[in-house]
Design a protein around this ligand. Structure first.
Ligand SMILES: [Zn+2]
Length: 335
C-alpha cells in the first residue's frame, strides 16, 4: 500500500493527496517544530493563568473524564498534584471496561484522594448503541477518519455525560486525557459559547438519537441548561500541550498503584471493545482508525515512523473479539 513517505498516512484515507516526493498534504501543511513548540507554550501559559484564578475558588475546580487508561490517569495526577486543583473525576463505564482498569480507578482515586463517580448506562442501551455503530454510515465520513464508529459512540456518550455533570454542578473546567496526536492542538484548550456548545452536543447526540430515539437525551445536557448556565466550562486536554513522555507517565501512575491490564490489546489500557472496533473499522473503511493519531505522532517527533507502522500491524486478539461478539450478540464475517 502506498503511504506518505514522511508520516504513515495511506492512499486509502479519504481526501489524501501526495506530492511528487510522496509527501501528504498534512505533512506539507504542518508547522515547523519551532512554531509547534511556540503554539504549545502559548496554550500552557493560558491554561496555567486560568488554573491560578480557579485555585482559590470554592467548590470543584475541575471535572475530568477519566477512562482509567494511562493517559487520563496521568492527567488526573497532574491536575490534582501538579496544579493543586479540587477535582471531581468520573468514569464512563461502557460495559467493556477491563476489570483491571476498574480496579485501577478505585485504587488510584483512593490513593490520590479525589472524589470519583462511575456512570454506567444500562447495558440494554449500550448494546443497542454499539450494534447500531456496526454500520459506519451512522456517522459522517469525517468523524470516522480519527476514530471507529464504536469509539465515536463511546466518545459521544462520555462527552455528553461530562458536559451534563459540569454544567449542572457549575464546574468551570472540563478535562480530558487526550494525548498528543489524539486531538488537533487548536482544540486542546477552548471555551465555547452556549450556541457553539449546543451545536457540539447536537452533533454528538443526533446519530445516537436516530438509532435509539428518546433513550439518549438523558446522557446529554438539556438545551435549557446550556442556555441558562452561568458557568460554561473551559475544555482542556493538557497532555496535548504539556511535555509528554510515556516513561514519565508510567512512573507517576505506578506510584499510585496503577497496573497495566493484561486483558486489553496493546493499543488500549482500559477498553475490551478496542480490538473489535479496530478490526471492524479496518475492514469496512480500508484504513486503521488510529492511523491519523499515529501519523501526527510521527510528524511531531513523538514516535519513530517504523514504530508507528509496527503498531498498525498489531493483530486483534481473537478471544477478545469473540467475547465482544458474544456479549453484543453479533458476528462479524471472517476474512
Ligand atoms: Zn504525511
Amino acid at each position: 500500500m502506498k503511504r506518505c513517505t514522511r508520516c504513515i498516512l495511506p492512499e486509502t484515507l479519504p481526501g489524501i493527496r501526495f506530492d511528487a516526493d510522496g509527501v501528504c498534504q498534512h505533512c506539507r501543511r504542518a508547522p515547523s517544530p519551532e512554531l509547534h513548540a511556540a503554539q504549545r507554550d502559548r496554550l500552557r501559559v493560558k491554561f496555567e493563568a486560568l488554573v491560578d484564578s480557579l485555585r482559590t475558588q470554592p467548590g470543584y475546580h475541575c471535572l475530568i473524564a477519566w477512562s482509567g487508561g494511562k493517559d487520563s490517569t496521568y492527567t488526573l495526577w497532574l491536575l490534582k498534584e501538579q496544579y493543586g486543583l479540587r477535582v471531581l473525576s468520573f468514569t464512563f463505564d461502557n460495559g467493556f471496561v477491563s476489570p483491571q482498569a476498574l480496579k485501577n480507578v478505585r485504587e488510584v482515586a483512593e490513593n490520590l484522594g479525589v472524589d470519583h463517580v462511575i456512570v454506567k448506562p444500562s447495558f440494554d442501551v449500550l448494546k443497542e448503541a454499539f450494534v447500531a455503530s456496526l454500520q459506519p454510515e451512522m456517522y459522517p465520513a469525517k468523524a470516522l477518519i480519527r476514530a471507529s464508529a464504536i469509539c465515536n459512540t463511546c466518545m459521544a456518550l462520555a462527552k455528553g455525560i461530562g458536559l451534563r455533570i459540569a454544567v449542572q454542578n457549575k464546574i468551570p473546567l472540563l478535562a480530558y486525557g487526550w494525548s498528543p496526536g489524539q486531538i488537533p492542538l487548536a482544540s486542546a484548550f477552548i471555551r465555547l459559547s452556549s450556541p457553539m456548545l449546543q451545536a457540539m452536543v447536537d452533533a454528538a447526540m443526533s446519530p445516537l438519537e436516530a438509532a435509539l430515539n428518546d433513550q439518549i437525551a438523558t446522557y446529554f445536557p438539556e438545551r435549557q441548561q446550556l442556555m441558562e448556565a452561568q458557568v460554561l466550562p473551559h475544555m482542556v486536554a493538557p497532555l496535548a500541550f504539556l511535555d509528554y513522555n510515556e516513561e514519565t507517565v508510567l512512573h507517576h501512575i505506578r506510584n499510585l498503584a496503577w497496573e497495566r491490564p493484561q486483558d486489553t490489546d496493546p493499543n488500549s489500557t482500559n477498553c475490551l471493545l478496542n480490538s473489535f472496533a479496530c478490526l471492524l473499522h479496518t475492514r469496512q473503511m480500508g484504513y486503521h482508525p488510529y492511523v491519523m493519531e499515529l501519523a501526527s505522532l510521527v510528524r511531531d517527533g513523538y514516535l519513530d515512523r517504523q514504530e508507528a507502522l509496527d503498531r498498525l500491524e498489531i493483530a486483534p486478539i481473537p478471544e477478545i473479539v469473540a467475547a465482544v461478539e458474544a456479549k453484543l450478540g453479533v458476528r462479524i464475517a471472517d476474512e
